[in-house]
Design a protein. Structure first.
Length: 315
């Protein structure tokens, strides 16, 4: 199966939200979708699902176009499920009733409901009314519902919200399993490092377009990644000739590419790095969190660590 979006444009009045979005996905893929809040992630989901009108553009599933006609929308919604919002849950229904409802509405088969409950370790509360659930329980229920739908394409907006680390890991593993079943899954998330555990590609929305695609199947370049203060970064840049493509992230990580450097040059830079006090040095490729910080110029962690005064004294 394929999902293709061609030249999609969405605007609210004069305000353009998405401009000329195009991509084609094949089955057995998980796509991460990231951007700061309010820059179009949920709008993209709603536009593909035809929940909102689009200014222009086309949606294809298996090369068949799905327009905004009622007939096409009905068929499209049989192929794609959108992660339910917690506000859509019925407080007086049990979790089991919700999961069975989704299974019956989409797949027409409630036979897998109990295995889904066991898979998500929901057995001790799933037969209680939703009104008694914590936020994390509600989120797991929403995830169980979309699994029960068993559609070939799934959109998940902040699926990890309200989950503790153990359940983030559990849901991540289930996403990987769904991929092996041939699903096309798009996950919008702010857990950037977590996306690297399961996403085949990560789409970065910027300036109303898919600005950059981080493809995990591409050959990755290694970097020296130096966690330091701004003063230490300036000190290093004054003493060492760094490659042109060195990246200084907004959260005080200096990323030095190694692919164009000889072993002798790498060793020389490393020796200079070791002269800096109270820094952390790692070697490896950039991940989604580093690309996010680079593309949006944002601080995504606090790297103060209380060393500024100490660094100033050392100078």
């Amino acid at each position: 199966m394929t999902l293709e979006v061609k030249n999609l444009n969405v605007a609210y009045g004069e305000r353009e939200i998405l401009n000329d979005i195009s991509f084609k996905l094949t089955d057995g893929q998980i796509i991460g979708l990231v951007a700061p809040n309010g820059t179009g992630k949920t709008t993209l989901f709603n536009a593909i699902m035809r929940f909102i009108p689009v200014k222009s553009g086309q949606i294809f599933v298996d090369d068949k176009e799905y327009t905004s006609s009622d007939k096409d929308i009905l068929k499209l919604h049989q192929l794609i499920t959108f992660f339910p919002d917690q506000s859509d849950l019925h407080e007086n229904f049990s979790g089991t009733e919700h999961i069975e409802m989704y299974a019956e509405m989409w797949s027409g088969d409630k036979g897998n409901v109990r295995s889904i409950i066991n898979q998500l370790d929901m057995g001790d509360y799933v037969d209680r009314k939703v009104s008694t659930y914590s936020l994390g329980m509600r989120q797991r229920l929403c995830f169980a519902m979309i699994i029960a739908s068993d559609t070939p394409i799934m959109f998940m907006d902040e699926v990890m919200n309200s989950l503790d680390p153990e359940n983030v890991s559990l849901v991540s593993n289930i996403l990987i399993e769904l991929r092996t079943q041939g699903k096309i899954i798009i996950v919008a998330s702010h857990l950037l490092d977590n996306l690297d555990e399961y996403a085949n590609k990560v789409f970065f929305l910027k300036e109303r377009q898919v600005h950059f695609i981080f493809d995990h199947e591409d050959e990755k370049k290694d970097y020296f990644k130096l966690l330091c203060t701004e003063q230490q970064a300036k000190q290093l840049q004054e003493t060492v000739s760094l490659p042109n493509k060195t990246i200084h992230l907004g959260n005080n990580i200096l990323c030095i590419p190694l692919d164009k450097l000889s072993e002798a040059e790498q060793l020389g830079i490393y020796k200079q790095l070791r002269h800096l006090k109270n820094v952390e040095i790692t070697v490896g490729p950039l991940g989604t969190s580093e690309y996010y910080s680079h593309l949006y110029g944002l601080d995504i962690h606090s790297y103060d660590r209380g060393h500024e005064d100490e660094a100033a004294v050392s100078k």
